[in-house]
Structure formats: C-alpha cells, structure tokens
Design a protein around this ligand. Sequence first.
Ligand code: ADE
Length: 383
Amino acid sequence: MRLDYLTIFPDYLAPLRLSLPGKAIDSGLLELHVHDLRAWTHDRHHTTDDTPYGGGAGMVMKPEPFGEAFEALGVGAGDTVVFTTPSGQPFDQRVAEDLATRERLVFACGRYEGIDQRVIDHARTIAEVREISLGDYVLNGGEVAALAITEAVVRLLPGFMGNAASLVEESHAEGGLLEYPVYTKPRTWQDREVPDVLLSGDHGRIARWRHEQAVRRTAERRPDLLHPSALDDGTPIVRAVRGDAEELLTLQRACWVQEAIANEMLDIPALHETLDEVRADLDRWETYVVRRAGRLVGSVRGRLDGDVWEIGRLAVAPDLQGQGLGRVLLGHVEAVAPSGAASYRLVTGARNERNLGLYKKAGYRLRRDLAAPSGAVTLTKRL
Ligand code: ADE
C-alpha cells in the first residue's frame, strides 16, 4: 500500500515512521510519502490559506496548492483521496477495513476552517474521495486524524500484525462488541484478585464468561453498538422514550392477546393497560425497544427490586417470533442490570411453552417457591 500525506505541518506526521508502521515500511509492505503542501505555492510567504468568500471567521485553505499537488503526485483513477474533516463520515473499524483494501491512499489534511470545496469536487473527478471525521469534536487540523486513520488501517494489512488472532478478538472487530476485561500476573495485586474463572482452565467457561463481559460492557458503555444479530439488519436496541408509548401499547396488546389465547386466560394485566399507564411505566422501568424498518417490533424492561433485577414485558411482534429476537432482547436487559443486582427474576404464563423454553435455555429455573399471579410462574437466574 502506498500512503501520501499533503500537509502544511509535515513534522506532525513524523510518528508514522515509528513502531509498527515503521517496520512495515522496512519490510516493503508500506510506502509512505509526507509532502509539504507549501512546495506547491509560488509566493514569497508560501501562502496556503485566505479569507472566506461571503465573510465569516477563520481562514480557508486555497485550492491551487492542492490541485498542483494532485497533479505532481499523479493522483488518478484507482487512488483514494481522504479528506480529514469534522464534517466527514465518522471513522470506525468498518471504514478502516474498507480503506485497508485500497492500493493507494492520499490524505489531504485541512487546517483552519477547511479546504476550498472545489478541491474536493475536483478530486472526485480524478479519483475516489472519502471525507472522514475522527469524531464529533474539532481538532486544530486533520493531521492527527490522518495519523489515527493510518494506524487503524495499516495494522489490518495482511502480514502486518504478528498475531492475526488478536486482530479477530479485539474490540470492534468481531460482532461489534467491546473487548472483555483482561488480566495478567500477578494473581493478587493490591488485594485485588484475578476472577477465578480465568484460572479454571475450563476454556468453554472462560469463553462464555468473556462473551458475557463483552456484552455487559457494550450494553453499559455503548448500547448503540448492540443489535439483534438474530435479525442482523443492524437495528440497535435502544432505551424507550415517551414518544414510543403508543407503539409499545400496540405491541403489548398484539403479544398479550396471543398469550391470553394460548393460556386461556383473559385477565393478564398487561392486556388491559392504558396509554397513561404505559407512559408512567416508562419512568418506573428501564424499557428497551427495537425497531425494524421503522416499526417497533420488540420490547423488554427491567428494574431493581432490592438486589433482584426484575425483568418484564419481553415482547416480540407476532410476525417476527421464532427468529431469536426474544433471546437477544433478554440478553440485552440482563446485560444492562446495574452492578447491585445479584439475580434476575421474571414471570411468565405457566402454560406458555415457548417462553418457558426460551427462559430455561437462557439458564432460568422455575421457582414454585416464589409467588406468582394466578396462571403464571416465577423464574430466576443468578448473575
Ligand atoms: N479536522 C479537525 N477536526 C477533525 C475531526 N474531528 N476529524 C477529522 N479531521 C478533523
């Protein structure tokens, strides 16, 4: 892969020659060229910016130096020009994987208020253009963004990383989950122990624990990353808001009518709830919903009762049942249980074989010793 950088601060990109990218350059995997944009200016002051047409604060980077640079560097078909800008597409692992497939990336690093729009429009006529943002904050210029993008892209090149397995396991790489917590020696440090499961030698248990930890972390820190893989359309499970109340009520009615018929019982409280009650419950419970093609198709909720995380209203639209969405919603609400919770508890229809099967598979045990409304049973699971 060949990488070119157009910048007015070439020194900013010196770290590229350190560490792993440096090794890749030595091994011939990478060819790297940092260019001082001022080389393509012709005035005494090597001017690369000017005031904006239409007025306003700040300076805009002039088009001519970029235009000449593209020409001098032979930027053309097959190349990808990356403009680093806060108004670009958010950078993530998927974008990195995509860029890693390119033969040549040319980074155009903007400073000040940005680059004259005609540079980007022109670049589009000669090469592929990507406008990429590192995140929703403003840096002084695009150099740091170009460095970060480079590091994320280059380490994906075949032969770059010594250990390919660590590429697969790490955060954002597989399943879009954050990484589970990791530990190394010593076993005890400042009275803090490494979790027992990691010392058990039971690889199945370890893998399950790590997956659970990854899901829990993701749910706590980045719920936007969680989505029902069973549906696999990328729809995230999100916290319900008041505006969801009407649709929640409709979903609930559709599901509980079905449940009532299956159980031959029509006094299921959820079936008779009003919109106001649904709204009030949104304040009392943490309710999560998932949409498909805009339609609210699944819900679940949880609240803490002492040290018990009480789970309820697991509902999936009747036409989407049997695809695993219920299991995904259950996993989600389990994962967001607050740290004070020691067990999960839920109630379901005593004759609802489908739900009972789902809960048992998820590790719940029937608890005839615990109270339940008539026609229902209580199930629990330890955290
Ligand atoms: N230049 C300035 N801010 C930036 C950001 N957030 N991402 C990419 N380039 C930038």
